[in-house]
Design a protein around this ligand. Structure first.
Ligand code: UDP
Length: 362
């Protein structure tokens, strides 16, 4: 049986590292791995393949940049050609990027079943390009791997037949568990950056609705600056965020306690997360990783798809231009949530996905 998997952006490399491994361990499965090229920098792509042992892509489409339509369109054309050429039994897509949508549009039109890892996530904010990608992908796919109860519920609400949906747990937990020990023993990032355990906050920012707005970026810098008076803030800069800070000429205004570095690899980020006193982020993945590492989190957005982290106080929202980031940070640091609750499965979600794909495509 042949599976054609489509990946292209950083969070997809993390997910594919465990799912691709599980797929290839299944007897009789051949994977054709397509990298669309959406993320291409050494530290946004290559490092994940090297550190996590992701197999070399069978094909790299080198498609990046440009508008959403042009990027998705080019990917759609190339993925369609590959599907015709490779004749897979199933196409596998991950998450919510343009690469996801391109795969999910190409496969069903060629009557090839398509499966979606991380289905059913919703922010209810249609201004997010990711939300459009999620909705269209879920409705185009034949097999939906929903990580959480809420994701299952959302798919049901949208009328998706329940036979298509499998509650799997979250493959990012599998990855955090699988690489956690390696990160502890091999990552030297704390020494390299001269950071002390629990004496800093870790922040990542990359959502368009945050970093493309000068006003929001100023709110972010000012709020992070308040925190940095007591707790230094480490900010590994996503390329988009770096570009906006330059464009808005805001690099020079960064308060002293905010330190920017280039994006780091997966082992280093796991180490930085587990040693941080606090995580501040607009990343989907980092909200869950904060929970896996038992570190309080503030999400710098007005909504989240990972709603199960809010009621227990594991995570809280800081609404752009409205909330005080330092106020939310203080709340997070004072909270004592129950870190033992089971929200994301048992760390074997990728195996369930692999065996379900096999069963489905047979
Ligand atoms: N990540 C990383 N290095 C960094 C920042 C993030 O390896 O410098 C990892 C992070 O731990 C998570 C994934 O990238 O596993 C999340 O990707 P991102 O935030 O780009 O996307 P999202 O999760 O919001 O879709």
């Amino acid at each position: 049986m042949k599976v054609l998997s489509v990946i292209g952006a950083r969070p997809q490399f993390v997910k594919a590292a465990v799912v691709s491994g599980a797929l290839r361990r299944q007897k009789g499965v051949e994977e054709f791995l397509v990298h669309t090229g959406q993320h291409f920098d050494e530290n946004m792509s290559r490092v994940f393949f090297d550190e996590m042992g992701i197999p070399e892509p069978s094909e790299n489409l080198s498609i990046s940049g440009g508008g959403h339509g042009s990027m998705t369109g080019k990917m759609l054309i190339s993925i369609e050609e590959l599907i015709i050429q490779q004749e897979p039994d199933c196409v596998l897509v991950y998450g919510d990027t343009n690469s996801t949508l391109a795969g999910a549009l190409a496969a069903p039109k060629l009557n090839v079943p398509c499966a979606h890892v991380e289905a059913g996530l919703r922010s209810d904010n249609r201004a997010m390009p990711e939300e459009i990608n999620r909705i269209l992908t879920d409705h185009a796919c034949d097999l939906l791997f929903a990580p959480t109860d809420d994701a299952v519920r959302r798919l049901k609400l949208e009328g998706i037949p329940h036979e298509k949906v499998i509650r799997t747990g979250d493959v990012m937990l599998d990855a955090a568990l699988l690489y956690g020990e390696k990160a502890k023993s091999e990552s030297v990032v704390l020494d390299r950056l001269e950071l002390k355990e629990k004496k800093y906050a870790l922040c990542t920012l990359h959502r368009a609705e945050n970093v493309d707005s000068r006003e929001v970026v100023e709110w972010l810098i000012s709020g992070l600056g308040e925190i940095a008076r007591d707790l230094p803030v480490l900010l590994p800069l996503h390329p988009r965020t770096r570009a906006r800070l330059k464009e808005f000429e805001l690099f020079e205004t960064l308060p002293q306690g905010i330190r920017t570095v280039d994006p780091v690899g997966y082992l280093d980020i796991l180490r930085l997360e587990s040693s941080a006193a606090l995580i501040l982020t607009d990343s989907g993945g980092m909200q869950k990783e904060a929970f896996f590492q038992k570190v309080p989190c503030v999400t710098l957005r007005s909504e989240t798809e990972w709603t199960e982290l809010l009621p227990g106080g594991h995570n809280r929202l800081a609404c752009p231009l409205t909330d005080s980031i330092s106020g939310k940070a203080a709340e997070a640091l004072a909270a004592a949530p129950d870190w033992t609750i089971d929200l994301y499965g048992n760390g074997r979600s990728s195996e369930l996905i692999a065996s379900s794909v096999l069963k489905f495509a047979k």
